[in-house]
Design a protein around this ligand. Structure first.
Ligand code: AMP
Length: 229
């Protein structure tokens, strides 16, 4: 449990569902800081695999650049590797996973094996039309990974990261408008059906994610507290 974090019961599992640009990564980081949970972003894991030139990374790269979904077996392999590290025993926020019915079923099997359950699957609900603007303004501090946005979240000193003082920022290759359109298509075809899947399981929570970051974070915090009370 990180210092100053509020306490939650052992090894909870939260899922953040939502299209690209809904704020999954931003909100997962805030929950990580507040509750000491571990953010598990399959997008981050895959980007790291691409950077490191691993076999999984080499297979995933072209699909990611085109805005498609990486095959389940590759995603599950990078996730299983990450889940073997002991810090996940603090509990996890799955950010960008599962994205297909096959991944959701694989997650169920993994959790049966570890005696865990899904505490809540939160659907971050947004208007598609606003997503391209949200995504194309995104950038990240190259040194510490803190996320910013040209309009919605600028650093307090222009060009200087609030968290680490870094002055180099990067933009994701797949945040171009045409790739975003493909990513939205993949979301609606393959991931949005999981909302009904988790609703049927009685673990779905819907959050209006068009508002301000702190207001959305407060709603998510209440869900975590309620689910782990
Ligand atoms: P993200 O950082 O979550 O927006 O993911 C970036 C890209 O990584 C996606 O557009 C997909 O190509 C790939 N990706 C991330 N997570 C998954 C997943 N669970 N299943 C398939 N592809 C994924």
């Amino acid at each position: 449990m990180s210092r100053g974090a509020e306490t939650v019961t052992a090894a909870p599992v939260f899922i953040l569902l939502g299209p690209p640009g809904a704020g999954k990564g931003t909100q997962a980081k805030l929950l990580e800081e507040r509750f000491g949970l571990v953010q598990l972003s399959t997008g981050d894991l895959l980007r790291a695999a691409v950077r490191e030139g691993t076999e999984a990374g080499r297979k995933a790269q072209a699909v990611m650049e085109a805005g498609g979904l990486v095959p389940d077996e590759i995603v599950l392999a990078v996730l299983a590797d990450r889940l073997s590290r002991p810090d996940v025993q603090r509990g996890v926020i799955l950010d960008g996973f599962p994205r297909t019915a096959g991944q959701a079923e694989a997650l169920d099997r993994l959790l049966v094996g570890s005696g865990q359950k899904i505490d809540a699957a939160v659907s971050l609900e947004v208007d598609d039309a606003a997503m391209v603007g949200r995504i194309s303004g995104r950038c990240t501090c190259a040194a510490c990974g803190e996320g910013y946005h040209d309009t919605f979240k600028q650093p307090s000193r222009a060009g200087v990261c609030d968290r680490c003082g870094g002055s180099e920022f990067t933009r994701r290759a797949d945040d171009r408008a045409e790739t975003v359109a493909e990513r939205l298509k993949a979301y609606h075809a393959q991931t949005a059906p999981l909302i009904a899947y988790y609703e049927g399981r009685g673990v779905l929570e819907r959050v209006d994610a068009m508002g301000e970051i702190p207001a959305i974070a407060a709603q998510l915090g209440a869900i975590v507290k309620r689910a782990t009370a």
